[in-house]
Design a protein around this ligand. Structure first.
Ligand code: SF4
Length: 357
């Protein structure tokens, strides 16, 4: 099986997918792509939240024609999501897109496929093949009876074969399914079958709460095997939430180098402060901190600082006050009312120190 470090490195704009132990965070806009102003605003919100590559739907010529204008106003690589129509792919490539998501086997006549591949090759634009359990080719469904991991890998290999025949190798592949066990099996088998980098996703996973749990279960199992070079968490929610969940997931595996982590206690009868609201406020505050800082928020000082020795900075509740500690050692006492503001200042100081390193 190819670990993500052994996959082929593929460049999407200035971001590398594959060939290293990074997992690049992606999301997709929810705006009409031809509405440039709204699309750019959403992309910039996503980038600020930590999204590294963004995809836009490209269902018609109006959307494809908007790409140059969008590109001018954003700072992260842009991907066009295209189904079937090779003219849209050509227009997107001409407009400066950084990657296209299209299945070559669905484009139609050979000369149309060749035209897209030639244009992508000339501009060094990769192609993502998106296999989806819900839309497998009829021939594969007839063979396997229903969507299976083997059928999904066979579909991926079919599309890969078309591109390889045209000597095109800047390929990224996804094998999405909404069934978690099917997705895990498909990605595991794909990692054994070819060394193109894998774009991970559990599709149609649900709302913010249920989709987060489902994505974490599925993507966590895949990522923990060393599989996957980029991912999108798909939620029926503001796409910024997708990015936040993706970052949190990668942090759990030590794969988000530039993100702050919150350690907060589960609370118990010893609690001395309003820990839940403090933890939420601190979590929101550190979500935009681009430094690998561990922040701890604990309900009491009984086990508090000692339980969070690995934290760079933290507070533990005491009666009417908070204990500020670093790496398990108490550095000073702060009145309860000023506790969170003081903690934020200390977090900022640490983030500055990291920047200077
Ligand atoms: Fe309970 Fe204190 Fe541990 Fe929080 S830190 S779970 S309040 S003992």
């Amino acid at each position: 099986m190819f670990h993500r470090t052994e996959t082929r490195p593929v460049k999407v704009g200035n971001v590398q997918i594959g060939g290293n132990d990074q997992i690049v965070i992606q999301s997709m806009t929810t705006t009409k792509t031809h509405d440039v102003e709204a699309t750019v605003a959403e992309i910039n919100r996503l980038a600020e939240a930590g999204c590294q590559i963004v995809r836009v739907a490209c269902p018609d010529m109006r959307a494809a024609e908007a790409i140059p204008n969008i590109k001018k106003q954003i700072s992260i690589p842009l991907v066009a999501d295209i189904h079937f129509d090779y003219k849209l792919a050509l227009k997107a490539i001409e407009g400066g897109i950084d990657k296209i998501r299209i299945n070559p086997g669905n484009i139609g006549r050979r000369e149309k496929v060749e035209a897209v591949v030639r244009a992508a090759k000339e501009r060094e634009i990769p192609i993502r093949i998106g296999v989806n359990a819900g839309s497998l080719e009829k021939r594969i469904l007839d063979k396997y009876g229903y969507p299976t991991a083997d059928g999904m890998v066979e579909s991926a290999l079919y599309h890969i074969g078309i591109l390889e025949d045209l000597d095109f190798h800047d390929i990224i592949v996804s094998l999405k399914a909404s069934d978690v066990r099917l997705a895990i099996e498909a990605y595991t088998k794909a990692a054994a079958a070819f060394r193109y980098p894998l774009h991970l996703g559990i599709t149609e996973s649900g709302t913010l709460f249920s989709g987060t749990v489902k994505s974490a279960a599925g993507l966590g199992a895949i990522v923990s095997q060393g599989i996957g070079s980029t991912l999108r968490v798909s939620l029926s929610a503001d796409p910024v939430e997708e990015v936040k969940v993706a970052r949190e997931l990668l942090k759990s595996f030590g794969l988000a180098a530039n993100a702050a982590t919150l350690i907060s206690c589960p609370t118990c009868g010893r609690i001395e402060i309003d820990l839940i609201s403090i933890a939420n406020e601190v979590e929101e505050y550190i979500s935009k901190i681009q430094a690998p800082i561990k922040v701890s928020v604990l309900g009491c000082a009984v086990n508090g600082p000692g339980e969070a020795k690995e934290a760079d900075i933290g507070i533990a509740g005491a009666r009417g006050e908070g204990l500020l500690f670093r790496h398990g050692k108490i550095i000073r006492k702060i009145p309860e009312k000023e506790m969170v503001a003081e903690l934020k200042k200390e977090i900022d100081k640490l983030a500055e120190e990291h920047k200077r390193k």
